[in-house]
Design a binder for this molecule. Structure first.
Ligand code: ZN
Length: 478
């Protein structure tokens, strides 16, 4: 059932044969230019609203209790626990929480229905994205690292993509991480181990997915996806690992933000039979592995911009659209508070960090290559990238040593080669802000799911991730 002929996408005709697999990026960019420019400015084409201020419609009881959803958006913030969602909100609001209506709340945090989701895998209280994604996509537990198969890697599971396609719906997958990484892969591939990236990319090419947004890694993706016949929004500029840059590192216009990719997906998927569209904020997890709060908050806000497009779509099909925002697991054991800062949190130290751990690593390497002294590097850091506040004598001594000793293997996590001075400065900013990271890995913390639209009432309570999947499947099949 997975390899049925792909849905025809009349709105996005293939351009020319030199662009195989099809790249609709330029055409989509032209048509979407105005709304995207407005969005980039924090505005909506409907008026001057940012996602946190965007009006949400009242959902009639008949819609909230519906048993069928025709247009389903599933936003997965990889690693995005409740505290990651609140961290992004703190950076919008400042040191003291303003009273409503001045309080700025993420759009995803304002959806009318909230539930909690347990994330453990078949073999561990702490899941990886493959097992968690399998549970969400297929409704079944498996072992860590397995893509949409049983724990032994023998029996393939069918996914929500199959369920949607069985109803004639189009299926789309978009991410800032690679498209053959675990979270998208569980919807179209089967693999005994998520590391089989080339094999997973081949399965993408043979799949009947109607829309891909993003890039594939460990294959020449134009070559690997030569046979793919759906629409593919393929950002040309990526990081070396085929991911999109962190939102906080964007210089504007160089690579499409997640909202841009999402807009392209909506255009490609919209049709009379409906669609299922999974959009992943994939690098929230990567930032959390690096304990990088500004990188995390920036990508949560970028995901919220993508959610805003779904809410706009909801306005056109209010009786038939369901929007869900959740996570596969929490990453980093993020705690909003720490012993030495008591009852205070100072989000300015996070909001004031203007580059991710990766972005800051590039800066620091440049300063070192230019033979900048430690005081010169510290001045450059403070003036533009990150103000760690007044340094105590022991902090100055430790930072000097870290800067002068230069390169090391960096911190463990998804990003390799982080500069130790960049990492030390980010840690210092987190300390000043009053936040704590308990881990460089995933945790067992439950994650929120928020919902609006057709069948929203089902997404309350404290559920298992397989139950979350079953509820979505029932609404697709209803
Ligand atoms: Zn992770």
């Amino acid at each position: 059932m997975r390899h049925a002929p792909p849905a025809k996408i009349s709105e996005e005709p293939k351009t020319d044969s030199s662009m195989q697999p099809p790249n609709h990026f330029p055409a989509i960019r032209r048509r979407m230019l105005l709304p995207l420019l407005l969005l980039a400015a924090g505005l909506s084409a409907r008026g001057a609203v940012t996602p946190d201020a965007m009006p949400l419609p009242d959902v009639p009881a008949a819609v909230a209790g519906a048993t069928r959803a025709k247009y389903v958006f599933l936003f997965i913030g990889d690693g995005m626990g409740a505290n990651q969602r609140l961290l992004a909100e703190l950076t919008l609001n400042g040191a003291k929480p303003p009273a409503p209506p001045a309080y700025r709340k993420l759009l995803m945090n304002r959806l009318p229905v909230t539930g909690l989701v347990n994330t453990h895998s078949a073999d561990s209280w702490i899941t990886d994205s493959a097992a968690a994604g399998t549970a969400i996509a297929c409704g079944k537990k498996t072992a860590n690292y397995v893509i949409a198969m049983d724990a032994a890697g023998k029996v393939p599971f069918d996914s929500l993509a199959d369920a949607a396609q069985a109803r004639g719906m189009r299926v789309g997958l978009a991410t800032t991480a690679p498209l053959n990484d675990a979270t998208p892969a569980v919807f179209y591939a089967h693999a005994s181990n998520r590391s089989k990236l080339a094999d997973i990319a081949k399965q993408a090419a043979a799949s009947s997915i109607a829309f891909f947004g993003g890039r594939f890694k460990e294959c020449d993706d134009k070559e690997c996806l030569k046979e793919f016949r759906g629409a593919w929004f393929r950002p040309e500029k990526t990081e070396a690992d085929r991911t999109q840059p962190y939102s906080v590192d964007r210089s504007g216009g160089d690579t499409p933000p997640l909202a841009d990719i999402t807009a392209a997906g909506i255009r490609a998927l919209d049709n009379a039979n409906g669609f299922f569209f999974m959009v992943e904020g994939g690098k929230i997890d990567w930032a959390c592995h690096s304990n990088d709060a500004a990188g995390t908050a920036g990508d949560v806000l970028a995901l919220d911009q993508a959610v805003a497009l779904a809410v706009e779509f909801y306005g056109k099909h209010p009786a038939e659209t369901l929007i869900l925002v959740t996570a596969d697991h929490e990453t980093g054991g993020l705690t909003l508070g720490r012993a030495e800062t008591g009852y205070s949190i100072h989000p300015k130290f996070i909001a004031g960090q203007k580059a991710s751990a990766v972005g800051l690593t590039k800066k620091v390497q440049g300063w070192r290559a230019a033979k900048k002294s430690f005081p010169e590097a510290l001045t450059a850091l403070r003036s533009e990238w990150l103000d760690p506040g007044a340094l105590a004598a022991d902090e100055t001594k430790a930072l000097t040593k870290t800067y002068n000793e230069g390169q090391s293997a960096g911190e463990p996590g998804k990003e390799s080669g982080l500069d130790p001075f960049a990492v030390a400065c980010i840690k210092l900013a987190a300390r000043r802000a009053g936040i704590t990271w308990g881990s460089g890995n995933h945790t067992a913390a439950p994650v929120p799911v928020t919902a609006i639209g057709a069948g929203q009432n089902q997404f309350t309570g404290w559920m298992d991730n397989t139950e979350l999947s079953a509820k979505i499947r029932a609404l697709l099949a209803g």
